[in-house]
Ligand binder design. Structure first.
Ligand SMILES: *Cc1c(COP(=O)(O)O)cnc(C)c1O
Length: 464
C-alpha cells in the first residue's frame, strides 16, 4: 500500500502563504531524508513548533551560558551570520576585532606585554582548554627530550571538581589525569593537595577560577607559592593553566585585588568562555598565553590558500565570526564600568537569593556568591525528613525553573546539592518569584507527609 501519510503538494503551496490546513498531520522527517523537500515557511513552522517544549532560557538557573544580549548586539550578529572566522583575508575587519578582543583580555589579565599578546578565539572553553593543555604537554616533552629523559608518561594535576573538558583533554591527548580529591568541608583543590600530586612527569596544574560545582575559586596564588617550593626543593619548574571559563570574566571586575592571572609568573595560559560571563550567546571562548615564547612556533599554522599568509591556532578551521563581533560589541558597549556594574549586580542578586534561602532554615549554603562567581550550592539540612534536593528540583521544574540537583564528585558523593547560577537578565523580581516558589514547595512537601524518599537516587554529577 502507498504511504498513507498526507503529502504536501509543493505545486499548490509554492509561493502561497502557509495554509494551516495543509499542515494537519504532516510529520517532520526524523531519521531519514525525505524524498522531496518542503517549502521554507512550512519547514520553519514545523521546527518552530517542535522546539516549543524546550525550556525557557530566562528560567534556567542551571546553565552558565549566556541567554541574553542587547538587541543591537543581536542585530549586528545577524548581519555577520554568514562570516567565516577563518577567512581572515576576506573578512579582515572581523579578524581585526578578534585581535582587539585578545589585546583587551591580555590587559584585563595583566599580561606582561599586552600588545604582544598571543591567543585565539575558540568555540568555547572546551576547545580553549584542549589548546592550553596541549601546549603544556608540548613544553614538558621538549624539556624531557632535551634532558634525555623519558617523555611517555605525562600527567596533569587538577581537582576532582574540574569540568568534564579536562577529562576529555586527558583522554584525547593521552595524559594521565592526576585528580586531587576534594572533601566535604573543602570543595576545592587545596594548594597542598596539588603540590603533593606533582612529580617530574607533571605537565602542569589546572587551577579553576569558578568551580562548576559551587562557584568557588581555587587558590591560584597559594598553588603558585607551593610550586615555587617544589622548584626550590626538587628543581621541577611546573606551570599553571587557569581555567577561568566563568571567573576570568568575573574576578577582574568583582575582585580586582585577587591574584590569579598573569601577575603570577607560573600562570602561562588562561582560558575563558565569552559565552558565559563575557555576555555573548554561544559559542565563543578565548585562550591566551602569557608571552609569545609560551606558544611554540611549531603549534602555529599558516594558511595561504585563502589569499594571504594567516597564522591560525585552534582545533577548528571554519567557524562563525558573529560571536566575535558580539564579544567586541560587549566590550565597547559595557566598558570596564559596565562590566563592573553587571558583575556587582549579579553578585548582589545571587547573594540575596542565597541569604533568603538560608533564612528559610531548611537548607545550608555550601558556598556564597560574595567574592566568587554569582553561583552557589545548597544542601538540605539534617533536620529535613520529608524531601530531598532532587524532589525540590522536580517541584521547581513544574513551575518552569531549572535548578539542577546533583551529587558532588568522588569522596563527597553522598553530598547532594541544588545549584543556582545567576546570569545577566535575571532580575530582583524574578528572584522573589523563585524564592516564593521554593517556600511554596517546602510547605507542600511538609503537608504531604510522604515517607522519606531515597536520599541517594542515581543522579550523576552535573557538569556545565
Ligand atoms: C563551562 C566550563 C568549561 C567548558 O566551557 P564551554 O565554553 O562550555 O566549552 C570548562 N571549564 C569550566 C570551569 C567551566 O565552567
Amino acid at each position: 500500500m502507498e504511504n498513507s501519510k498526507p503529502k504536501l503538494d509543493l505545486e499548490t503551496n509554492l509561493g502561497h502563504r502557509l495554509d494551516q490546513r495543509k499542515m494537519k498531520g504532516l510529520e517532520l522527517p526524523r531519521y531519514e531524508l525525505s524524498k522531496a523537500g518542503i517549502q521554507g515557511d512550512l519547514a520553519y513552522r514545523l521546527i518552530h513548533d517542535h522546539l516549543m517544549l524546550d525550556g525557557n532560557a530566562m528560567l534556567n538557573l542551571a546553565t552558565f551560558v549566556g541567554t541574553w544580549m542587547e538587541p543591537e548586539a543581536l542585530n549586528l550578529m545577524r548581519e555577520c551570520v554568514d562570516k567565516n572566522m577563518i577567512d581572515k583575508d576576506e573578512y579582515p575587519q572581523t579578524a581585526e576585532l578578534e585581535n582587539r578582543c585578545i589585546r583587551m583580555l591580555a590587559r584585563l589579565w595583566h599580561a606582561p606585554d599586552p600588545d604582544q599578546a598571543i591567543g585565539t578565539s575558540t568555540t568555547g572553553s572546551s576547545e580553549a582548554c584542549m589548546l592550553g593543555g596541549m601546549v603544556l604537554r608540548w613544553h614538558w616533552r621538549q624539556r624531557r627530550k632535551k634532558q634525555g629523559l623519558d617523555d611517555t608518561q605525562p600527567n596533569l594535576v587538577m581537582g576532582t571538581n574540574t569540568q568534564i573538558c579536562w577529562d576529555k583533554f586527558c583522554a584525547y591527548f593521552d595524559v594521565e589525569p592526576r585528580m586531587v580529591p576534594i572533601s566535604k568541608n573543602h570543595l576545592q583543590m587545596t594548594a597542598e593537595g596539588a603540590i603533593a600530586a606533582c612529580d617530574e612527569n607533571t605537565i602542569g596544574v589546572v587551577g579553576v577560577l569558578g568551580s562548576t560545582f559551587d562557584g568557588s575559586y581555587e587558590p591560584i596564588k597559594a598553588i603558585q607559592e607551593g610550586l615555587d617550593l617544589v622548584q626550590q626543593e626538587k628543581g621541577l619548574d611546573i606551570p599553571i593553566h587557569v581555567d577561568g571559563a566563568s571567573g576570568a570574566f568575573v574576578a577582574p571586575f568583582n575582585s580586582p585585588s585577587l591574584l590569579w592571572d598573569f601577575q603570577l609568573p607560573r600562570v602561562k595560559s588562561i582560558n575563558t568562555s565569552g559565552h558565559k560571563y563575557g555576555g555573548v550567546v554561544p559559542g565563543v571562548g578565548w585562550v591566551l598565553w602569557r608571552e609569545q615564547a609560551d606558544l611554540p612556533e611549531e603549534l602555529r599554522f599558516n594558511v595561504n590558500y585563502l589569499g594571504g599568509q594567516m597564522p591560525t591556532i585552534g582545533m577548528n578551521f571554519s567557524r562563525p565570526g558573529a560571536q566575535i563581533v558580539g564579544q567586541y560589541f560587549n566590550f565597547i558597549h559595557l566598558g570596564h564600568e559596565g562590566y563592573c556594574q553587571r558583575m556587582a549586580s549579579l553578585e548582589s542578586t545571587a547573594s540575596y537569593i542565597a541569604d533568603s534561602i538560608e533564612a528559610m532554615g531548611t537548607m545550608k549554603l555550601l558556598s556564597h556568591p560574595k567574592g566568587q562567581l554569582p553561583v552557589f550550592a545548597v544542601a538540605v539540612s539534617e533536620t529535613v525528613t520529608k524531601w530531598t534536593v532532587f524532589q525540590m528540583s522536580d517541584r521547581l521544574r513544574m513551575r518552569g525553573w531549572q535548578v539542577p540537583a546533583y551529587t558532588m564528585p568522588a569522596n563527597c558523593e553522598d553530598l547532594a546539592v541544588l545549584r543556582f547560577v545567576i546570569r545577566a537578565g535575571f532580575t530582583r523580581d524574578m528572584a522573589d518569584l523563585l524564592l516564593q516558589d521554593i517556600r511554596n514547595a517546602i510547605e507542600w512537601f511538609e503537608k504531604l507527609n510522604l515517607p522519606m524518599p531515597d536520599p541517594n537516587p542515581e543522579h550523576k554529577p552535573f557538569h556545565h
